[in-house]
Design a protein. Sequence first.
Length: 70
Amino acid sequence: MKPDENIPQLKKLMKIIPVEKVTNVCCNYYGKREEELLKKGSGKMERQTVIYVSKTMSNTNNRDIGDILE
């Protein structure tokens, strides 16, 4: 069970981190350029990580994340 399902105010208390900052941190962590990290293709665990962390930390929906990462 996710904590935000029980306490809706928890999302308001979390610090919102922009998608661009998440992308930069993941680039540094994986040692890849942004173009390599966000390239579409099967088995791209790094790209999936950026999308997942962006969704949870930036409180942004999937469509907006997809627009930013395109």
